[in-house]
Design a binder for this molecule. Structure first.
Ligand code: NAD
Length: 506
């Protein structure tokens, strides 16, 4: 398979600024760093490199903005209006934001455009949810009492995001925290910070009050760690690997801040013999090769019914060998580049190890040499068993592991044999099997005869080591609030704790 000719727009390297306390500017150290396009090996961006001092300044700005500023105090209607304005600005700049994500991450341009469309929808949805935050009043506390159960913003939220869906993941968090009335410090991945920093300019244009949103880019072990452990941060909302999520949770324990974690997955699709096999094959190929497999929702495990295994594999290989991959700027491309050399090495190591452990490659297995950029062939590995590393770990590349089953209970046992629990799916024409699988699969999202369909209205998040908490859906704003009980007494207080007339020392 050959790559399409690499073309990159003749545009100057983009220079970005961080946003702290309403000011767009340089990092405290004045240091900057650059990023090369993983698909083209050309420098595409240059960013202020924040360190611990910037993290502290950003948290202090968010703290003051929360404790004294207008954002938590304005009406829900005003906050909703601001979120809708930002949504419009994102929509108006979507093409530029999509291009930034393509150049920094190597994802296909058509996919990046769809991600921006989804992101705008999330901002618009959050704007509607800002006006739907409600408390309750329990009846029956008695004649003299009125109890209000209020939902109040949790405070200063630190957010840490990964590189694989830079603008979508930011949009699953930030507008919902803002809708709740929180103030925010956000650190994107140092591999794909451009669209997040460009958002800083849009927020400034929208006249977001200073300190409400602070955007800084630095390394995880310095800035990320500092945000996670900071005593003035009330909640940390993290999306990334399970390994780093664990370290974030440990760092957050210092002041017992609330922790929300969106982590990795090793997601299975079960394909039964009675399914629409053509549609299932297309969805399996989409599920595993989308974003070159660098996706938390990657369906990297196929569990196929033994009676149709051979024909299904044949169909998968046909599709894997046809799916257009290469230059992400080509609108026909479906599979783009791998994020960096370390990730390429990791993918190669998993594939080689699986072959040495007895897995049989049906197609792919090689990196593409000879041109610029990092590309890995769409790969299908058969005869994988659940104990192999390739079946247990997130490979984060375009690599499918296939296993076979006899009987639905075996399929579900294989599917659940993982410490992850992000998503799972089943393809079947049989209603009973679908219901059974939806009930017994242990994952935050179950897809039946579809894969990776997502809506702002549907909560998303993982069970087990795939995470804590949920994003999106009607509850998304509530994640950034806590409950406050307020009790009012009316009338005279006749009951006394210290009995009237009692004298301790007669
Ligand atoms: P990563 O865990 O390496 O990094 C994520 C973020 O954490 C980055 O901003 C990084 O700078 C920061 N970080 C690194 N070390 C840190 C530390 N010690 N303290 C605080 N922050 C630190 O993940 P990645 O490689 O950027 O992204 C890929 C991973 O993210 C995969 O595991 C994928 O499954 C997961 N992911 C999950 C979801 C989801 O919604 N569940 C979505 C996308 C990606």
């Amino acid at each position: 398979m050959t790559l399409s000719p690499i073309e990159i727009e003749k545009r100057p390297v983009q220079a970005y600024r961080q946003l702290v306390d309403g000011r767009l500017g340089e990092a405290a150290s004045a240091e900057r760093f650059g990023r090369q396009s993983p698909a083209h090996d050309m420098q595409v961006g240059c960013y202020p490199l924040a360190d611990v001092a910037d993290a502290d300044m950003a948290v202090s700005a968010a703290r003051v903005a929360f404790d004294e500023g207008p954002w938590p105090r304005m009406s829900a209607a005003e906050r909703s209006g601001m979120l809708a304005t930002v949504a419009d600005l994102i929509a108006a700049n979507a093409e530029e934001l999509a291009l930034i994500d393509v150049l920094e991450s190597g994802k296909p341009i058509t996919q990046a455009r769809a991600e921006l469309e989804g992101a705008v929808d999330l901002w618009r949805y959050a704007a509607t949810r800002a006006r739907a935050i409600e408390g309750t009043v329990p009846a029956g506390l008695g004649q003299h009492m009125l109890g209000l159960i209020e939902r109040v913003p949790i405070g200063v939220v630190a957010m840490i995001t990964p590189w694989n869906f830079p603008f979508v993941i930011l949009s699953q968090k930030l507008p919902f925290a803002l809708a709740a009335g929180c103030t925010v410090v956000l650190k994107p991945s140092e591999l794909t910070p451009g669209s997040t920093l460009r958002l800083g300019e849009l927020l400034t244009e929208a006249e977001m009050p200073p300190g409400t949103v602070n955007l800084i880019v630095g390394h995880g072990q310095t800035v990320g760690q500092r945000l996670a452990e900071h005593d003035d941060v009330d909640m940390i909302s993290f999306t990334g690997s399970t390994q780093v999520g664990r370290s974030v949770a440990r760092a957050a324990a210092g002041n017992l801040k609330k922790v929300s974690l969106e982590l990795g997955g090793k997601n299975p699709q079960i394909v039964c013999a009675d399914a629409d096999l053509d549609a299932a094959a297309d969805a399996v190929v989409f599920g595993v090769f989308f974003n070159a497999g660098q996706c938390c929702n990657s369906s990297s495990r196929l569990i196929v019914e033994a009676s149709v295994e051979e024909q299904f594999h044949k169909r998968l290989v046909e599709l894997a060998e046809r799916v257009p991959f290469g230059d992400p700027l080509d609108p026909a491309t479906k599979i783009g580049a791998i994020i960096n050399d370390a990730q390429m090495d990791k993918i190669e190591t998993y594939v080689a190890q699986a072959i040495s452990q007895g897995a049989s490659p049906l197609c792919g297995t090689r990196r593409i040499d000879g041109g610029p950029g990092r590309f890995f062939e769409p790969t299908v590995m058969a005869n994988v068993t659940s104990d192999m590393d390739i079946a247990r770990d997130e490979v984060f590349g375009p690599v499918l592991s296939t296993m076979r089953f006899d009987g639905l209970s075996e399929a579900i046992a294989i599917a659940n044999d993982t410490h992850y629990g992000l998503s799972a799916g089943i393809w079947t024409g049989n209603y009973d099997r679908a219901v059974c699988a939806a009930r017994d699969l242990r994952a935050g999202t179950i897809w039946v005869n579809c894969w990776m369909d997502g809506f702002a209205e549907m909560p998303f998040g993982g069970m087990r080591q795939s995470g804590l908490g949920r994003e999106q859906g009607a509850q998304a704003v509530e994640e950034f609030t806590e409950l406050k009980s307020v009790l009012f007494h009316r009338g005279e207080r006749s009951d006394r704790w210290v009995p009237n007339g009692h004298n301790r020392n007669p």
